[in-house]
Design a protein. Structure first.
Length: 193
């Protein structure tokens, strides 16, 4: 696990705190009372890259909420999504318990992968290193950061393939589908890490 660079962590917290939309989302998720959770992936990445490109950002219509609870039933994800939709119906929520991701790989992709060990472990496997970032809101309103690979790729606007779980073909498909180069022309496409 890489240490989070302090200047980048401070900058991320400031960007998140300055987004009323993301703060409302974080408060909404916090109200569910989950133990180990965060909002991550595109919601955080897009906000930062928009900020670094000097434009205001609305949160993507879909928000990834991840948590880790080895004791919960697989049906809990759908229950949490329904609760979030009732609290903030304008958001397309996706809730995923990282403790059950290996089951999804087996069922959806017929691929055997080892179970994840923690929330940070799950985040560390996302397809791009710049996307392997999540934020959460503590009870005291402080913003926490989960960034197992650090924040350098995110703040240096570098897109590198994380081969932990995503193939090179999947990585390329995502870059095209998400229009990274069109949306953020200052991005640097890098080699795999």
């Amino acid at each position: 696990m890489k240490a989070i660079e302090l200047p980048h962590a401070k900058a991320l917290v400031q960007i998140v705190a300055s987004s009323p939309e993301l703060m409302a989302i974080l408060r909404c998720v916090r109200s569910l009372g989950m133990g180990s959770w965060c909002v991550g992936a595109g919601a955080v990445r897009n906000l930062v890259w928009d900020s670094l490109h000097g434009r205001s950002s609305g949160i993507a219509s879909d928000v990834d909420v991840v948590y880790f609870d080895a004791e919960s039933a697989p049906e809990r994800d759908a229950e949490l999504e329904a609760r979030l939709r009732s609290l903030m119906p304008g958001v397309e929520w996706e809730v995923t318990n990282q403790a059950h991701v290996h089951r999804w790989f087996a069922r959806a992709l017929q691929q055997e992968v080892a179970p994840l060990e923690s929330l940070a472990h799950g985040i560390s496997t996302w397809p791009e290193f710049a996307t392997c970032v999540g934020v959460y809101l503590a009870e005291d309103e402080s913003i926490g950061v989960v960034a197992p690979h650090g924040l350098e790729d995110l703040f240096e606007m570098r897109v590198r393939h994380n081969a932990a779980r995503a193939s090179a073909a999947e990585f390329e498909r995502r870059i095209q589908a998400k229009r990274f180069r069109e949306r953020w022309p200052r991005l640097v496409m890098g080699a795999a890490g």
